[in-house]
Design a protein. Structure first.
Length: 277
């Protein structure tokens, strides 16, 4: 049902009536035949999304609509760059309503959230990096993240690994190094892979996958290779001594360091044992 201006001697009364109707429900603008710009402005000032029911809105009406509700940008056929920028600055997800956004609009969206990358077609590596450095989990919106992007996301949080379909070996190693629980995010781990990860982080022993069985020699040989290094990480040695999931007795651990460990490993072991007393 359409409302029409009433013919008669009291046009102000009719206009007043329609204005009150719009105040009560801005969407009623859709039912008014040829609404005046005053009515249109009131409607979009009450609810910017009422713009969808206005044919050929003026620039003033468009601006008022976007100022009220940035999502109204989707109902503007040929918005200006300034109007588009205003919409994106009001909310990064408004980038979804913009076809072929300019670099400036993409920048404005990524400044707010890395998730905005989901609305960028074929983003280059620089944009991918900006996205994951802003929000590590933005990587779930990147189809084929480059190795550098994978590493940047994992540096933000090891949980990024769960969103990477085909992580590089370096990405897996970094995630394991960052947090031993990352091993839970790697499917179908072989015994050889587990031993490799064990050499990176002793604490993965707490999350050894089902189906993997290690012999005493497997444990010893893996730890010998790491503990004998002059540059063995200090936290690796301390975790080796204190982690109860390692299938060696406390005495065996100390003997292993004494027999095979570098000077650095032996020094840290002595310090750790003194600390535990």
């Amino acid at each position: 049902m359409k409302f029409y201006y009433m013919k008669g001697r009291r046009p102000d009364f009719t206009n007043h009536k329609y204005m009150n109707m719009i105040r009560n429900n801005p969407y009623v603008i859709d039912r008014i035949e040829n609404p005046s710009e005053e009515m249109q402005l009131l409607a979009v000032q009450m609810n910017g999304l009422a713009l969808q029911y206005i044919k050929h809105p003026s620039e003033a009406v468009q601006k008022a609509a976007v100022a009220n509700t940035a999502r109204a940008i989707q109902f503007i056929d040929h918005p200006s760059e300034d109007m588009l920028l205003q919409a994106v600055q009001s909310g990064w997800n408004n980038l979804s309503y913009i076809k072929n956004p300019s670099p400036e609009l993409i920048d404005a969206a990524l400044e707010q959230s890395g998730w905005a990358i989901k609305y960028v077609k074929d983003p280059d590596e620089d944009l991918q990096l900006r996205a994951v450095e802003k929000n590590y989990d933005a990587i779930k919106y990147i189809q084929h993240p480059t190795p550098a992007v994978q590493l940047a996301a994992i540096r933000g949080n090891y949980e990024a690994l769960r969103y990477i379909e085909k992580p590089t070996e370096e990405a897996k190693e970094l995630a394991i190094s960052e947090n031993e629980q990352a091993i839970r995010l790697i499917p179908d781990i072989s015994k050889e892979e587990f031993l490799h990860f064990l050499s990176r982080n002793v604490l993965v022993s707490k999350y050894m996958p089902k189906g993997i069985s290690l012999t005493p020699d497997d444990w010893r040989n893996t730890f010998k290779a790491v503990l004998s290094r002059d540059d063995v990480p200090e936290d690796y040695v301390r975790n080796f001594i204190t982690c109860s999931a390692v299938d060696l007795t406390p005495a065996d651990k100390v003997l292993l360091v004494d027999d095979c460990g570098s000077k650095k490993a032996r020094r840290i072991t002595v310090d750790e044992k003194l600390t535990l007393k």
